[in-house]
Design a protein around this ligand. Structure first.
Ligand code: KG4
Ligand code: ZN
Length: 338
């Protein structure tokens, strides 16, 4: 069994060839960070135009690196939800065209389920059942995952995603995009206890929810009082490091606490984590330590597969085995599917 997986949900154009038993034969990612950098976030129209230019070369390269011909594939898989509509359409159109030309079946991938499934690529053979945490630029959600097909949303953010908060705070502090890695770097020299910042829902153990907009506002008011323009240059290097560290710690505390709440609520003993923010070393160390204390197994996606990629589309193999093949009339579903 061999399939081609395509990923264009946001601002990465990616393709991978995956074989069974689970092996990633190639994984090609064309990042658009350079295009969105000057805007401090992803511009949807720029993202979809860049996908159009890059999708075919990226697919060609993935097939070339895997030394695989289209005719050798068993299926074409593509992420169809959630994401930016204009971006999703590019990947789906390419996948449909390939299916039409080759007669291969089309398999749909849920991008968030794929982020959780990427833990399998870290060697988590017996991952299910588990609690899955997706913590990325667009989503911060906890799921009950009974198997590779059945995912039930336990709760998520009521406003911003954690990664989005990293990106916005980085921009406020004059740090470069994407904000996560910049904040992580600066925070390494800071004191995470220096600033007292909010941690939403942290004491509501029976509610699985996140909120980061109040935290963003609190950080902004540390840079300048209400009514004054925040100027990051007014902060000393130490203040900047302390503020970045305090912000990062607040986000991590919420992620850790709510993951533990979800584990208690479901009585499951395994936690699987994926998404861009899961690349954060401080987060990885904290959640690993807390899970050890709680007697829970934790699997985190390999660092290189935390941000968007097509290798995590390996979940499509499980769908194909379950007979979940889509018609070529399939459409994208940009919103969160519950
Ligand atoms: O999963 P991803 O590539 O895209 C979405 O599906 O949204 O995640 C991108 C997000 C960005 O917001 C980025 O700032 C964040 O992941 N990120 C990090 C780190 N690396 C990437 N956040 C915190 N620490 C990091 N090291
Ligand atoms: Zn993602």
């Amino acid at each position: 069994m061999k399939l081609l997986a395509i990923e264009t949900t946001c601002d990465e154009t990616a393709a991978a060839v995956i074989a069974e038993p689970l092996t990633v034969l190639s994984s090609v990612v064309a990042s658009q960070d350079e295009l969105h950098k000057k805007f401090g976030g992803v511009v949807p129209e720029i993202a979809s135009r860049a996908h159009v230019e890059r999708i075919l070369p990226v697919i060609d390269e993935a097939l070339r690196q895997a030394e695989t011909m289209l005719t050798e594939l068993d299926a074409i898989a593509v992420a169809t939800s959630p994401g930016l509509a204009g971006s999703l359409i590019v990947g789906l159109s390419a996948a449909k065209a390939l299916c039409l030309a080759t007669g291969k079946p089309l398999v749909a991938i849920d991008h968030l389920q794929a982020h959780i499934y990427s833990c399998k690529l870290a060697g988590a053979i017996d991952l299910f059942p588990c609690v899955g945490l997706v913590v990325s630029g667009g989503h911060t959600s906890l799921y009950r995952c009974d198997n590779a097909i059945e995912f039930a949303l336990l709760g998520g953010t009521i406003d911003d995603a954690a990664g989005e908060a990293f990106d916005k705070i980085a921009s406020l502090l004059g740090l470069s995009y994407p904000g996560g890695p910049s904040i992580e770097q600066v925070a390494a020299g800071g004191n995470p206890q220096q600033y007292r910042l909010p941690r939403s829902f942290i004491h509501e153990h029976d509610r699985i929810a996140f909120s980061f907009s109040g935290l963003k506002t609190a950080v902004r008011y540390q840079v300048a009082p209400p009514g004054e323009m925040p100027r990051p240059e007014s902060l000393s290097a130490q203040q900047l490091a302390d503020l970045a560290a305090s912000f990062q710690e607040s986000v991590i505390d919420c992620l850790v606490e709510k993951s533990l709440d979800a584990l208690k609520m479901t009585r499951l003993k395994t936690l699987a984590i994926g998404g861009g923010v899961a690349a954060n070393a401080r987060f990885r160390a904290r959640i690993e330590a807390e899970c050890k204390k709680a007697g829970v197994r934790v699997f985190i996606a390999p660092r290189g597969l935390c941000t968007d990629n097509a290798a995590m589309g390996a979940i499509a193999i499980e769908r194909l085995h379950a007979g979940l093949i889509e018609p070529l009339t399939l459409d994208v579903r940009p919103g969160l599917v519950r």
